[in-house]
Design a protein around this ligand. Structure first.
Ligand SMILES: Cc1cc2nc3c(=O)[nH]c(=O)nc-3n(C[C@H](O)[C@H](O)[C@H](O)COP(=O)(O)OP(=O)(O)OC[C@H]3O[C@@H](n4cnc5c(N)ncnc54)[C@H](O)[C@@H]3O)c2cc1C
Length: 451
């Protein structure tokens, strides 16, 4: 069995390592960096900068923990070096794993030239691979509309911001979804002034209003200006910065602007037509529950597939595809259920959720039991001097099965794992209550909320 993969992000690398482990002959074509945009541009650099901002906020807060006040100073060059070293180490370690499993790693641009043929264009020339199965996992890139004159200097796309050439005195962030609010948090914790343009009346429009409210409160406390109900339609460079024009006539002024308004799939030059692979009108490749395209031996995964744009989901799709390529559908091969994917927003406080949301249950008219416990009632939150936020668990009132949950507070992204496991494994609230957890920890709030 020969398997060719185009794109070495989380979807491609996970499919490659898992398929190789199952005995498949795998070739992986990557034009840039193994680890993909996830490691180089998206998840990792953004979280590394957020961690530095978090360290700064922690030092400031530490004053309330019996220390003399500290004023931390940011060193942009050292921050840049730190990000480079993290992404470099991750890329090297993934490459080493692929090589140790005899994956044929091809540095170059890949595209289909037939239903079973993939062409790799490398620095040395071209190489055509004849294979039994193909995975397209080429990811996505930031969406930049015509009205945004991105120059990487004053008008930034997300990829220009790790970190920018200079720290903005005042940053106007356009877009209040997950990426937008993470950038607001990142730059405000590094000491920049920030204005956030929010197209609706709530940041994170798709999230539980109670969760979004905690974040808005934190932004306002830090002096972030929220411009609600406004849609950006143009950006002008001024002598000392930028003016962002909105559709209702308002203008947001700053030294820099940053666009966080979604992404577009990398599907344009993949030669899809040569194999008859269908693409939708937005450029995504539709897939079924096995991640197969309309051509059964050609799979698509990750951001290209238009499902949840998360690195964790891309990796799991890659793993499932490897299994499907090798063994097809068996009883032990569980389908991916995107409704059970945990996700997090790395703001302060962090926000994380999984499974059924209270608001969705309400909208569906579904009977659920919702229990909520504030972190302020746990010893550990008081010890850590950060009692913000809460744990909410949604369960089935008849069976006690955990259906979902959300957490707002420090380490929410880690803590949600317990609820995610319960949702995936069909555990009951009683299973969480009866776990003898460590004291004092924040996870005790989970057991209390489950009770
Ligand atoms: C700012 C930001 C922060 C994010 N943070 C998180 C987070 O914290 N957690 C999370 O789960 N998700 C996060 N995401 C989403 C996550 O980055 C994506 O969902 C993930 O990268 C998708 O993985 P992928 O495998 O589809 O593609 P990618 O990671 O985009 O990798 C695709 C690879 O394909 C290569 N490629 C493209 N075309 C070709 C070609 N023709 N030939 C060869 N190679 C090609 C590219 O060079 C790239 O390396 C974030 C996104 C953004 C924008």
């Amino acid at each position: 069995m020969r398997f060719a993969i185009v794109g070495g992000g989380p979807a491609g690398t996970q499919a490659a390592t898992h398929a190789a482990r199952l005995g498949v002959e795998v070739a992986l074509i990557e034009r840039d960096v193994v680890g993909g945009a996830a490691d180089l541009w998206d998840c990792i650099p953004s979280k590394a900068m957020i961690a530095t901002g978090g360290a700064m906020s922690f030092l400031v807060r530490a004053e309330h923990m019996g220390l003399e006040p500290v004023t931390p100073m940011l060193d942009l060059d050292r921050l840049r070096g730190r990000i480079g070293s993290i992404t470099g180490r991750l890329g090297a370690s993934t490459t080493a794993i692929l090589r140790s499993q005899d994956v044929d790693l091809i540095r170059g641009e890949g595209r289909l030239v037939g239903p079973h043929q993939v062409l790799a264009t490398t620095a040395e020339g071209t190489r055509e691979l004849e294979v039994d199965a193909i995975l397209l996992a080429t990811g996505s890139r930031p969406r930049i509309p015509d009205w945004a004159p991105v120059d990487g200097d004053r008008v930034l796309a997300t990829r220009d911001a790790y970190p920018p050439k200079e720290l903005p005195e005042h940053l106007v962030v356009i877009g209040s979804g997950v990426t937008g609010v993470e950038f607001v948090h990142m730059f405000s914790s590094l000491g920049c002034g920030v204005t956030l343009i929010v197209s609706r009346q709530q940041v994170l429009p798709s999230k539980d209003p109670e969760v979004a409210a905690v974040l808005e409160e934190d932004f306002i406390r830090r002096g972030v200006k929220l411009m609600k109900g406004a849609r950006a339609i143009g950006i002008d460079r001024t002598d000392d910065g930028v003016s962002v024009r909105c559709d209702d006539g308002r203008v947001a002024r700053g030294t820099h602007a940053l666009l966080a308004i979604g992404s577009i799939p990398n599907s344009a030059s993949l030669g899809l037509e040569t194999a008859g692979v269908e693409v939708d009108d937005r450029g995504y490749i539709p897939i079924n529950h096995h991640c197969q395209t309309n051509i059964p031996h050609i799979y698509a995964a990750g951001d290209l597939s238009g499902k949840l744009p998360l690195s964790s989901v891309a990796s799991m799709q890659g793993r499932k595809i490897a299994e499907h390529v090798v063994i097809g559908h068996t009883v032990s091969h569980r389908h991916l259920n995107y409704d059970k994917a945990a996700s997090a927003i790395f703001t302060e406080p962090e926000i994380a959720d999984v499974g059924l949301a209270e608001a969705d249950a309400f909208a569906e008219g579904r009977k659920v039991r919702v229990t909520k416990v504030p972190f302020a009632s746990t010893a550990k939150a008081l010890i850590d001097n950060d009692p913000r936020g809460f744990v909410k668990i949604v369960s089935d009132p008849a069976t006690g099965v955990v259906l979902g949950g959300s957490i707002v507070g420090q380490h929410a992204a880690e803590l949600i794992s317990v609820i995610a496991l319960a949702v995936t494994a069909g555990l009951r609230v009683q299973d969480i209550v009866e776990s003898m957890l460590v004291h004092p920890t924040l996870s005790q709030a989970l057991a209390e909320a489950a009770d």
